[in-house]
Design a binder for this molecule. Sequence first.
Ligand code: FES
Length: 380
Amino acid sequence: MIECPSDGCIGCEACALICPNLAIEMVEIEENKRIKINVDQKSFEVPANITVKEALKISGFQIGKFPEDDLFMPCESGGCWACMIEINGELKRACISKVQDGAKILTKKQKTPYRIITGFMPHTVGGVGTPWWIKGKGYIEVACFAAGCNLRCPQCQNWSTAYLNKGQPLTPQDAAKIMTMLRKRYKVDRIAISGGEPTLNPEWLIEYIKELKKLNPDPQARLHVDTNGTVLTPEYIDELIEAGVTDIGIDIKALNVETYMHITGIKQRDLAEKYKENSFKAAEYILDHHPQVFLGIGIPYNRSLITLEEIEEMAKRILKISKDVQICVLDYRGEFRRRWLLRPSYKEMLKVHEMLRDLGFKNVISQTYLGHIGPDGKPI
Ligand code: FES
């Protein structure tokens, strides 16, 4: 069941975003009532019954989709907590909180970041950034999943985590404690975070990694982040690696912007182009500047979403950077709003696999409904 994350409808659209059947239509209502708010000690008048985020925008604050923007609000649905601000002394999410008459709002970053983290579990397969040679050997890592995503993939394979926002927000310290406990319990060396999109709240993620490193100082510990790479910058990558990240998986969803928009559901062309290029650049930067980090690159495959020709061109672009990087071809199946998608057959995945190997990649693995195909073309 879809619950309203706010206190009555304020047009935040979080419910429409999660609805798999697109059954919720947003209707614009003219709001005549005006209220007064105080933001960072300045007074503003804004319409009533809107989100704090909208009120801030109307008041002239710059709200954007990248960490370098004045106010970074990437998921817009209550999951990532990057938009956390102080309202009347309480920490709230600007994107789903109703603006109240007389509210005192402080936009400056708070000391303790929060994030909804769920699905703490051991894993036998891992993700894009898990080295292929350890897959399929019992439990190989423990993982957790960060709520909130900046993409809107209609076939999202993890949509309840990305958009449903169930669960209590945790501090980085609390999440790191749980993961360290899980690591001990399942006797593994790897600690992974995926999503949703884990990079959407940089303060939270960097503090979380630092805390994990503090609690897991042994050299065997591997700290792994799986990401879509869309908001990563060289500085952000440097900070993550300095904090302790050892393994990164980046999903590069397409080469052409039209395909990227189709796969990710991002409707603004310039935003899609920037997201796509950021993910390519992030992979390049890691390979060039942090060769000690294990990097996996995820490529999606489903013939209804992307052609083999585009996969080939995409692979050639990656090949210019490295032929040794791990390439993980992901068989996209029917989920969320594209439940009609047929999962690629083993034969289809093998064909993509062989094409990538013939291009010269040494470490291609392909996810199939029967398990992974390894670099030698045989099941792992
Ligand atoms: S932007 Fe508000 S929670 Fe993600």
